[in-house]
Design a binder for this molecule. Structure first.
Ligand code: PMP
Length: 289
């Protein structure tokens, strides 16, 4: 069951007019929120990122956080899986084709749910491969915009190279993955690129930084050069659906030993523990610093 503009229906029944500005211009934003044991994960953080994206495209938030929570809970309840990921999508509505914003047009609001499966065990035990590419996206990558053509083309490079992800480099520095954030490890120090308009502020990225800080893991948040990426001991990928994953092959060359490293195993275990705390509805006091 999905939600579209005030109604719940099956995905087959859901239709939008061809003049929807999401369809015509990619004029909208989205969020992806995991729900474990039917509890939305880091909901406040996801909703504040949604607000940031809406502000970035000057679109009024159609709902309060309480209303979003309510709607998302209804979508979760109407779908079978215990673990789901919710996809929510807001466009600037339906109007005669004209680049300028339409006046007094209600936004289109769409929410769907899919089952959320943990990443396959073999990817965690042997690691995944990635390719690199020039980050040729726009310079508001902090906005989770539905116009994802560059990300689609960049991710396809990974598929073409039988890899899981494309790691993006802009002006000689690491930004993120085509649909993930990227960390590296050098000499037991976890390195993360600083948040900026050139990357999406990942919710999983924040969880990993909090876990590292709360568990005395050496951490540096700073620009990471292409050379540092290519000579890293470990590369880690994070996203809401992939959680924490090791990248062990980069452009067909082994990363470090070519096997998932200690930092991956430690952060992966901490992340699973954090998820369990969340699923039981307990405060994550052991994590927040
Ligand atoms: N960067 C990009 C470009 C993404 O599409 C995603 C996935 N939504 C991420 C980073 C990871 O963000 P999150 O941890 O919130 O899923």
């Amino acid at each position: 069951m999905i939600y579209l503009n005030g109604k719940f229906m099956s995905i087959e029944e859901a239709c939008i007019p061809v003049l929807d500005r999401g369809f015509i211009f990619g004029d909208g934003v989205y969020e992806v929120i995991p729900a474990y044991s039917r509890r939305p994960f880091r909901l406040t953080e996801h909703l504040s990122r949604l607000q940031h994206s809406l502000d970035g495209i000057r679109l009024k938030n159609p709902f309060s956080n309480e209303e979003w929570k309510n709607l998302l809970e209804q979508v979760i309840a109407k779908n079978d899986p215990e673990d789901q990921y919710l996809y929510l999508h807001i466009t600037r509505g339906v109007a005669k084709r004209d680049h300028a914003f339409p006046i007094n047009v209600p936004p289109t609001v769409f929410i769907m749910s899919n089952s959320l499966l943990p990443p396959p065990g073999e990817l965690l035990s042997s690691g995944a491969s990635a390719v690199t590419a020039l980050d040729n996206r726009w310079i508001r990558c902090d906005v989770k915009a539905i116009s994802l053509l560059p990300n689609v083309l960049l991710r396809q490079l990974a598929v073409d190279g039988h890899a899981l992800e494309t790691i993006l480099l802009r002006d000689g520095f690491l930004t993120e993955g085509a649909a993930s954030n990227i960390f590296i490890v050098k000499n037991q120090v976890l390195l993360a690129p600083p948040k900026s308009h050139l990357m999406l502020p990942g919710i999983t990225y924040d969880v990993v930084l909090e876990l590292a800080a709360a568990n005395q893991i050496s951490l540096e948040i700073r620009e990471i050069s292409e050379r540092e990426v290519r000579t890293a001991d470990e590369i880690l990928l994070t996203s809401s659906t992939k959680e924490v994953m090791p990248i062990t092959l980069l452009d067909d060359k082994p990363v470090g030993t070519g096997k998932p490293g200690d930092m991956f195993f430690q952060l992966h275990a901490l992340y699973q523990q954090y998820k369990t705390t969340h699923m039981r509805g307990l405060p994550a006091d052991n994590v927040k610093t």
